[in-house]
Write a protein that binds this ligand. Structure first.
Ligand SMILES: Nc1ncnc2c1ncn2[C@@H]1O[C@H](COP(=O)(O)OP(=O)(O)O)[C@@H](O)[C@H]1O
Ligand code: SF4
Ligand SMILES: [Mg+2]
Length: 357
């Protein structure tokens, strides 16, 4: 499913506002003992250069699966059945594995995981792990430098090692680690959860990527620390023109840092809008219910009600129909098409909230 717009972007460099990532009708299935689970079923998502995109939805709706598909690190029982992922004009599914591993994953697309505790090797200092990353993923690494088996045994060229070391110190300052030299000498367990997540941000930004995928990056942290980390991530990404795909089940954190938000429900995107429109005039009944479930002073909380469907035999048509008070016959038959409301606001619903059912 080629995208004419993407194919015109031939180079690594995207100008602000260009489409950087396009997920086009992506379908991913997991083989399970109970049958094939359609975890992503026709997902579409666009991220522009320099944009922070929030991917929100209840736990189990497929956020991590989408992030892992883009990174090319799906579990062994998963299969991308259909669709494409375009990145800066390249079809990532058509890219040879070696190029994906060398030039894209960890270099042009980097990753901040949910768990800063399990993300470092406990036996090596932070400095050693950062240097190892830069040996392979430095933006200063020449295209032909140390390929294949020869590359494995090759030494780290001295001039580049020196330049990379300077970049590491600067980056540790940017993520507000107090004493970069002391930081580099310490083992991961010597840092708090918040500090480790700052270090994860440093590792994600050091390769000078075009896109950072942050998968629930603050969920494991205290609420007070979460806000500081999010602010830092936003500030560093914006100042460097880096796009971010930020997954979260928490709309409050998405509001803090995102330019746009896409909502997923049971493996499909249902609404996508700039953040002001998203919170100001949500159209999809599921988005409205998510917003109503947010705590606000002077208003009672409303539960979303009903259960997330099983993905082995998901509901026909609009997957939200068993939980939707506005559902009609057509909703049970066919997935609603994406309707554009202007200004980059799109919704998939036959009876959006501003229209009487
Ligand atoms: N390796 C796997 N095998 C089978 N099912 C999986 C696997 N990984 C995830 N799933 C299922 O896929 C669905 C989406 O999971 P996930 O992408 O982790 O959602 P989220 O990140 O939104 O919580 C869930 O129902 C989950 O149980
Ligand atoms: S398409 Fe129908 S069932 Fe789905 S959210 Fe809209 S009104 Fe509800
Ligand atoms: Mg997840």
């Amino acid at each position: 499913m080629a995208c004419a717009t993407c194919l015109t972007h031939g180079s690594d460099v995207a100008t602000p506002g260009d489409k950087l990532l396009e997920v086009d009708h992506l379908c991913v299935t997991f083989a399970t003992e109970a049958g094939a689970a359609k975890v992503l079923d026709g997902v579409n998502l666009t991220i522009r250069a320099g944009e922070i995109m929030g991917l929100v939805g209840e736990s189990g709706c497929g956020k991590t699966t989408l992030a892992n598909t883009i990174l090319g690190i799906l579990a062994g029982n998963a299969r991308a059945e259909a669709g494409r992922v375009w990145f800066a004009g390249e079809d990532l599914f058509a890219l040879p594995q070696r190029r994906m591993a060398r030039d894209v994953r960890g270099r042009r697309i980097t990753f901040i995981p949910q768990d800063p505790f399990g993300s470092f090797n406990p036996l090596f200092s932070v400095g050693a792990q950062t240097r190892e990353l830069m040996k392979w993923k430095s933006p200063r690494r020449a295209p032909g430098e140390h390929q294949g088996l020869a590359g494995f045994f090759a030494r780290y060229p001295r001039a580049r090692r020196r330049a990379d070391a300077e970049a590491i110190v600067q980056m540790l300052r940017s993520v507000q680690m107090p004493d970069p030299a002391a930081t580099a000498g310490k083992l991961p367990h010597e840092f708090s959860g918040g500090q480790r997540q700052r270090l994860m941000i440093a590792l994600a930004l050091l390769p000078q990527p075009q896109l950072v995928i942050a998968d629930e990056p603050t969920t494991a942290l205290d609420v007070t620390i979460q806000a500081q980390i999010l602010k830092l991530l936003k500030q560093l990404a914006k100042s460097r023109g880096i796009s971010v795909l930020f997954t979260t089940h928490d709309l409050g954190t998405a509001y803090e840092i995102c330019d746009r938000i896409t909502v997923m429900y049971a493996g499909q995107e249902v609404e996508s809008a700039p953040v002001a429109d998203f919170f100001g005039r949500p159209q999809h009944p599921y988005t409205v219910r998510l917003l109503e479930s947010l705590p606000r002073p002077g208003r009672e909380l409303r539960e979303i009600g009903g259960e997330i469907p099983r993905l082995i035999d998901p509901p026909s048509g609009c997957r939200f129909h068993p939980r939707c008070a506005r559902a009609s016959e057509i909703c049970r038959k066919e997935r609603p098409p994406a309707t554009s409301l202007g200004g980059g606001h799109e919704v998939r619903c036959y009876h959006p909230v501003e229209t009487p059912p």
